[in-house]
Design a protein around this ligand. Structure first.
Ligand code: AHG
Ligand code: MN
Ligand code: MN
Length: 335
């Protein structure tokens, strides 16, 4: 019988055999995984745990907070603040950064997260998740400030997500490909189920919220029109469409079987560069996708090269199967 490899063992081997991660980063990832197990428990209880519904508050981006947005945020903070591996955290659900309190030792890492992605799906029992990104605090100055977080996605040292679906699954990169772990509830541990995930370069499946079609820019409209034209159109093949409205779930499908995901800029709020957030949605997902052989762009620029100017900055996102993403990018450069 082949031996099961736990997340702990995978990380120890990444640290010891391959030298990819220092011990503090290993600890950080383990703590995030443990927090995700707690969130998974809460998600699973649903109405029985009293965790459904809205919290009656709004976050810094003006979105109504669900109870689980707040619960997941608290779980991640409480799990991570005392271990000595972090200097500060930032989250979709907090206006500004959360500096590790003085009573705990300060580490050299910065953790960003979307504690609960796909909030509109919580109450309808559809897959949701937690997305995280890890940066190193710039050396030099004592203390930590918001500007320390404003690093391009290519500076990430770890990134991943945990999806709470039919299974609870953690997907992780530390820059050595993408590994997938499924939660074994009896054992209480994440078990490696796939290493070196690869996104097929071509696809016949796209994910976009079609209800926004009339607001799109010409290059996005052209790409989708050509997909919709199917076998009789310029692409010469029929396309399928999926839109779960949880980025974690859409990206998970793409990592598993290919596809292209788009949440482009649109005319509804022309001054915003997009809906999704750069630092804790697009960057970690962009790096995972690239590590699996795919591509991620805002149409004009590689996501991971964008220099953030604000913690909660938004961005247009096109990611997934490499040839499709490059095609959408080429339509942007053609205008
Ligand atoms: P969040 O729940 O963290 O605010 O993120 C929701 C995001 C993303 O997960 C999803 O792809 C998108 O919003 C769905 O947006 P629409 O409801 O506009 O389709
Ligand atoms: Mn989100
Ligand atoms: Mn969220």
């Amino acid at each position: 019988m082949s031996q099961k490899i736990s997340l702990t063992r995978y990380l120890v081997e990444q640290q010891r055999v391959d030298g990819h991660i220092p011990s503090q980063l290993r600890l950080l990832i383990e703590v995030v995984a443990r927090a995700c197990k707690s969130v998974s428990q809460a998600v699973n209880k649903g109405a029985l745990g009293g965790v459904l519904g809205t919290a009656g508050s709004e976050n810094v981006q003006g979105e109504v907070q669900k109870k689980l947005d707040i619960i997941a945020n608290e779980v991640l903070i409480e799990a991570n603040e005392w271990g000595g591996h972090l200097a500060a955290m930032a989250s979709e659900e907090m206006d500004s950064i959360y500096v590790v309190p003085n009573r705990y030792p300060q580490g050299e890492y910065l953790l960003l997260f979307d504690p609960l992605d796909g909030s509109s799906n919580i109450d309808v029992n559809v897959s949701i998740g937690t997305i995280f990104s890890v940066l190193k605090k710039p050396a030099g100055e004592a203390g930590v400030q918001e500007k320390d977080f404003l690093q391009a996605g290519k500076c990430q040292v770890a990134a991943g997500y945990c999806i709470y679906g039919p299974q609870t699954t953690l997907v992780l990169t530390v820059g050595d490909g993408v590994a997938m772990f499924t939660l074994d509830r009896e054992q209480g541990s994440f078990v490696l189920v796939q290493e070196h995930m690869k996104i097929p370069e071509d696809t016949k499946e796209f994910a976009i919220n079609m209800s926004n079609m009339r607001h799109w820019d010409a290059p996005v409209k052209r790409y989708i029109d050509e997909c919709l034209a199917g076998a009789e159109g310029p692409r010469g093949k029929d396309f399928n469409m999926r839109w779960i409205a949880s980025m974690v779930a859409d990206v998970h499908r793409i990592l598993t079987r290919g596809g292209v995901f788009m949440y482009p800029w649109d005319r509804r709020e022309p001054n915003k560069p997009g809906k999704l957030r750069l630092m804790y949605e697009a960057n970690p997902m962009g790096w995972l996708v690239e590590q699996a052989g795919g591509a991620a762009t805002n149409g004009k620029q590689r996501i991971l090269d964008i220099q953030p100017e604000k913690l909660h900055e938004r961005v247009s996102v096109i990611l997934g199967s490499r040839n499709e993403v490059e095609r959408v990018a080429s339509y942007h450069s053609a205008v």
